[in-house]
Design a protein around this ligand. Structure first.
Ligand code: UD1
Ligand code: UDP
Length: 378
């Protein structure tokens, strides 16, 4: 671990693909305010180059101060390794505050460790609720929010849930969406790449698919049904399907091969993915982040789930929650046709400046006590 000059103000924790997209703007904002006093911990929950290194490169994320290399495992195994590694690191560093993002196991573990070390936790993307406790992410969200000191919400539903759960209003801040900060920052570099052309498709002439939720990919019969429907759609409109490693191993086990028009490809780097997303005719997904990005870009999005924790993408954006029966996809895609995109106002504070708002609020909490020597350790 590198030594920082004068006490760590913040430790920022990330570990999985969507985390990297979310911490990039936060690290930029924090490093500018507290140079060399922000510790960046990569838990290593995701570790393939395509799920990790590619994002550091595309998003200009600096080298982590610590890499815990926790890797994969059952929920218990992975969480246990996260808890041990994070406790060791945070007990040594004793930052003034710990910042966590999103809803993955790394998020929940970091919040738990910090809270037990009596270090205040700041949760960015707080309050999102699918109200479906079969999702591991919903458990992570509930645990993280219940022990966080500051709760930074990306959309109004987040604020509402937190209020209903009895959180102190003064600790809840609607700041906007840090994932959209990254998008706004990267789009000028992403668009000229025209990455779709590499796969032999034309702008607005293809669909994009991403699927990785256990509910869609973990049951062999369910996944087979999804793939049958995707192949049907692909015969009409070619589909680019960058396959998440969880899904890749399930497809391999099924022995299903790509058809010429259902192009199963390796996960794309962030810039290539944005460029592909922007020119897609439609998107089929179960990703949280992709629902938000398509709303910002105005690209029609069909979400293959029964719930969304991001309702603003439906009420104000371009997202449709289609349920979990993949047979509904084909008629919906037909209905979309080549429909022109309606441009709509974007959700409040989805403007590229959410991370700055978080930094402003944290500065108010950190400044008054910078001289307290007892807190400046490490
Ligand atoms: C995790 C998050 C999920 C998030 C998703 C984003 C949890 C509980 N889940 O799901 O909320 O939407 O990341 O992508 O935290 N694997 C690799 N290489 C990697 C990473 C994973 O091969 O770099 C494979 C391993 O076989 C692993 C499986 O993918 O067992 C699942 O990885 P894991 O991090 O446990 O969960 P995700 O499905 O990626
Ligand atoms: N993403 C990417 N390449 C891909 C698929 C997704 O860069 O091949 C990006 C996407 O733009 C978004 C993030 O990964 O920023 C979302 O991650 P994921 O879907 O894995 O997680 P979720 O948001 O569902 O937790």
């Amino acid at each position: 671990m590198k030594k920082r000059p004068s006490g760590t103000v913040l430790s920022v924790v990330a570990g999985a693909r969507p985390n990297f997209v979310k911490v990039a703007p936060l690290l930029r904002a924090f490093d500018a305010r507290w140079p060399r006093r922000v510790q960046f911990i990569n838990t290593g929950q995701h570790y393939d180059d395509a799920m990790s290194v590619a994002f550091f490169r595309d998003l200009g994320i600096r080298r982590p101060d610590v890499n815990l290399g926790v890797g994969s495992g059952s929920h218990a195994e992975q969480t246990a390794r996260l808890l041990v590694g994070l406790e060791e690191t945070l007990a040594k560093t004793r930052p003034r505050r710990v910042v966590v993002v999103g809803d993955v196991n790394s998020t929940m573990a970091a919040a738990l460790v910090a809270a037990k070390l009596q270090i205040p936790v700041d949760h960015v993307e707080a309050g999102l609720r699918s109200l479906d406790r079969d999702m591991p992410e919903e458990i992570n969200r509930l645990v993280t929010d219940s022990i966080s000191d500051r709760l930074f919400a990306s959309e109004p539903s987040g604020v509402e849930h937190l209020r209903l759960e009895g959180h102190d209003r003064r600790k809840i801040h609607l700041v906007g969406n840090v994932m959209i900060d990254s998008l706004v920052h990267a789009l000028p570099r992403a668009l000229p790449r025209r990455a779709f052309a590499r796969f032999g498709v034309e702008a607005k002439g293809y669909g994009v698919v991403t699927l990785h939720r256990p509910s869609n990919v973990d049951s062999p019969a369910g996944l087979r049904r999804v793939l049958v429907e995707l192949k049907r759609i692909a015969r009409r409109t070619p589909l680019l399907f960058p396959v998440h490693p969880r899904t890749a191993s399930r497809i391999e086990a099924l022995g299903i091969s790509p058809s010429p028009d259902l192009r199963m490809i390796a996960p794309l780097g962030y810039l290539d993915f944005l460029s592909v997303l922007r020119e897609a005719r439609f998107v089929i997904t179960d990703s949280g982040g992709v629902q938000e990005e398509t709303t910002f870009l105005g690209v029609p999005c069909l979400t293959l789930r029964t719930t969304t924790e991001r309702p603003v993408t439906v009420t104000e954006g371009s997202n449709t929650l289609v349920g979990d029966d993949p047979r509904v996809l084909y008629p919906l895609v037909l209905k979309l046709g080549g429909a022109r995109r309606r441009s709509r106002p974007r959700p409040r504070f989805w403007d590229g400046r959410a991370a700055e708002r978080v930094a402003d609020i944290l500065a108010g909490l950190i400044q008054p006590t910078t001289s307290r020597k007892a807190r400046v350790i490490g």
